[in-house]
Design a binder for this molecule. Structure first.
Ligand SMILES: C[S@@+](CC[C@H](N)C(=O)[O-])C[C@H]1O[C@@H](n2cnc3c(N)ncnc32)[C@H](O)[C@@H]1O
Length: 473
């Protein structure tokens, strides 16, 4: 990190701006907002700066800059159009350990002005460390549209209650739970509607009510791995949770996005390596919620597609635990998109079947005659180990040996790999390329479109992942 983001209180603190023109004026405006004690030094000043001086907001010193002007200053900004003067300001300030910013000369800045989203008292600062100011500005514009205007008044209102809440709840966890319930309540919509009085009354009522810890479980689908495939709701709930219960299938990048001080519990789930039994996971969710915790049960892909989310929710419902279910992008959708394979296509596949290669222990067989029909796509989850059986059964029931197959390993992740083959060589190719979990088998004519569409798909949709696909024909 080239610059540490900190918010400084400049109230009445001595700041020097060297320069008297438009650039100095722009910096001056930001510093006036921060109520700094601003001195400007220059041989000449523009009219607007003079007007600020008349209002007592700045002090103008009509002079050429010398080291003397730095005496006692905390920050200095060089805003002249003279490189020699700017360099001199930088050198002298640096020698004295005074923070210095030479406008539009990033190597000569020991502090920088970030792009700001201002919802006073909420302030969001964005910086590209001077490398890409236009990108930072674009991000700011995005955030401007995302962050509602009422956030500022809401922050002011809750800020006025902080001391009362501290007095009412001695423990940090209780305070946090109180604030979470406030932000989940209609206090927010009241502020949004401009009903500050109503919001204030409701806050008083909530503060005086007898607190009842009410836990909840969020059953969240995290998608196949690329964190940008998370839904907004998934992200919000991941950041609200007290406890996050997760599987191995959830990628590290996604786990990096959960609330920092949440407790993390890994319940495993790798084929043949179930570190926590499903029944124990179910009970854990119930117990945590009954303790009043907000539990984020985060699963790879979609929780209701081969994710055992259904069983977990049944247990929650039976125990009268509140829950929310957030769908995720399932592996079939994510892997096929990132590998450039449309799961259906007018010319090649009119149907798609999601299939598990990992059947229940009672040997319950799949409907092979139906799966072997042509003009459909099979997306086979957990099919790597059983691939010899899958291959044999599909061939036995009439699917052509030449049917295209794509094996997508670590789909949507940085390390995504696609092995392209045909049905008659499925198991052999899995063995030859040492395919590892998680991997999805896509069987059907559409798999051949990978060669045609993969590059476009990769650059268009995985732009954050720079490296190309490793294709094995
Ligand atoms: C227990 S299932 C969970 C499926 C998940 N609930 C979903 O909707 O994608 C695990 C299987 O999903 C597939 N899978 C999940 N994520 C994947 C990924 N990123 N790449 C390839 N296959 C994946 C693999 O077949 C893996 O063995």
């Amino acid at each position: 990190m080239q610059y540490l983001p900190i918010f400084t209180k400049l109230d009445n603190k001595p700041v020097l701006i060297v320069g008297g023109g438009d650039v100095a004026l722009r910096k001056c405006r930001a510093l006036i907002k921060a109520r700094a004690h601003i001195t400007l030094v220059a041989p000449l000043f523009c009219d607007e700066l003079k007007a600020h001086a008349d209002k007592g907001e700045v002090v103008l010193v009509t002079d050429y800059f010398t080291a003397e002007h730095l005496k006692g200053k905390m920050l200095v900004i060089a805003a002249t159009d003279n490189d020699t003067v700017n360099n001199q300001v930088f050198e002298l300030a640096n020698e004295r350990n005074i923070f210095v910013n030479v406008v539009d000369d990033q190597p000569k800045c020991t502090f920088i002005f970030p792009s700001i989203v201002d919802r006073d008292p909420i302030t969001i600062a964005i910086s590209s460390a001077g490398t890409a100011p236009v990108l930072a500005r674009r991000l700011r514009e995005k955030l401007e549209t995302l962050i509602p205007q009422h956030i500022g008044p809401l922050a002011k209102l809750v800020g006025s209650f902080r001391e009362h809440v501290k007095a009412r709840f001695k423990h940090f966890a209780d305070r946090r739970q109180f604030w979470e319930s406030v932000f989940d309540s209609s206090v927010v919509s009241k502020v949004q509607a401009g009903d500050t009085l109503g919001a204030t009354e409701q806050l008083h009522d909530m503060l005086n009510a007898k607190p009842e810890p009410e836990g909840e479980v969020y059953v969240v689908g995290a998608g196949p791995g690329d964190p940008e495939l998370l839904t907004l709701k998934a992200l919000q709930l991941m950041q609200q949770a007290d406890v996050v219960v997760y599987d191995y299938l959830v990628s590290d990048e996604i786990m990096d996005l959960v609330r920092r001080d949440a407790d993390l519990v890994c319940v495993g789930k790798r084929l043949g390596n179930h570190s926590v039994k499903q029944e124990d996971t179910n009970q854990m969710l119930v117990d945590l919620a009954k303790q009043g915790k907000k539990v984020c049960r985060i699963k790879g892909g979609d929780p209701f597609i081969y994710g055992r989310g259904g069983e977990e929710v049944q247990v929650l419902a039976a125990n009268q635990v509140r829950y929310q279910i957030v769908p995720g992008i399932t592996a079939a959708a994510g892997c096929s998109a990132y590998a450039g394979i449309p799961l259906t296509h007018r010319d090649h596949a009119q149907a798609i079947q999601f299939v598990t290669g990992h059947c229940k222990k009672d040997g319950q067989e799949l409907d092979w005659p139906s799966l072997a029909k042509p003009n459909q796509t099979l997306a086979i989850y957990m099919g790597v180990i059983k691939s010899p059986h899958i291959q044999a059964q599909l061939l036995k029931y009439g699917r052509a040996g030449s049917t295209p197959v794509a094996i997508v390993e670590n789909g949507t992740r940085k390390e995504q790999r696609v092995v392209r083959t045909q049905l008659s060589q499925l198991a052999e190719q899995i063995e030859a390329h040492k395919v590892v979990s998680p991997a999805l088998l896509i069987i059907g004519e559409v798999a051949a479109l990978h060669e045609q569409l993969a590059w476009f798909g990769q650059t268009a949709q995985v732009s954050s992942f720079a490296q190309p696909l490793t294709d094995v024909a």
